[in-house]
Design a protein around this ligand. Sequence first.
Ligand code: ZN
Ligand code: ZN
Length: 311
Amino acid sequence: MPVLGKTTLSTKASSINRALDEIGDKWCLLILQEVFWGINTFGEMLLGTGASRGVLSNRLHWLQSIDCLRKDITEKGQKRPTYHMTKKSIELYRNGLMAMTWERKYFTTPALDSVELIHDHCQKVFWPMIECKYCNEPVMSKDVSFHKGPGAKKDIRITKTRRRSSALSPPDERGKTLYINLINLLGDRWTANIIALAFHGFNRFDDFHKELPVATNILADRLKLLVQEGIFYRQPYQASPLRYDYHLTDKGRDLFPYFVTLMAWGDKWCATGDGNPILLKHISCGAYLHAEVRCDQCGEGLIATEVHFKR
Ligand SMILES: [Zn+2]
Ligand SMILES: [Zn+2]
């Protein structure tokens, strides 16, 4: 963990932030998606992600260093190394399914619309859904409350002023990218961080700024983008000087399953030993939320090795 200094900021501990700091970069998201599809050589990934060689090589090293990819060079008769999911990254699968669900609801993405998911367990074409493990009701942001967990401490995060990288090419140029719109939006970790804070009830510029190690001009840029993209709407809360606060639209709130699955992954894989920083309660049944991503045909929980894609 970094040491507090000039280039760091102490913010509320959050498994979502930790997860985003590890894999929230758009290239990491793209690479992991390719590997889920079975694309696993450097050359194929170069084509599939559209990354430059330098960027791809950098992110592959990074993903190996955090144990999200395993490089295999030992297979017989094979000249080039291949990259594979690990125990840690395979559990991001549910998060990927929730990304697909959001993308399909709000965008026309030919690569995604033509995909059929088949669940080996029931042999049916299915679509993923997210439900409370205890009461089996769908998980929606309005039914969930946030509480301090045993790990509700501070995280020290490195301040970065990285620019938002330009949007990726349109989906028809890279058929395997199933949720390009989501990656374009959330592949910038500040944008993702801001939405996560909005789910926690933050809605003013100054409040966002206190919780994010980011420069004010970058924060202003990202808020503007989120309004343009229909994730937030602005509302005046003060007349002179005129000030706005930011609220999630329905499109924004529908990202909740994406963030819930990311948080669960961060709770498990980016833990510091203090316990979960935030606990979610499912208001509908009163239990601490344990969200399960399930098959809408047979109701069983989905795991990566039991799902196949057909196009
Ligand atoms: Zn419940
Ligand atoms: Zn099923």
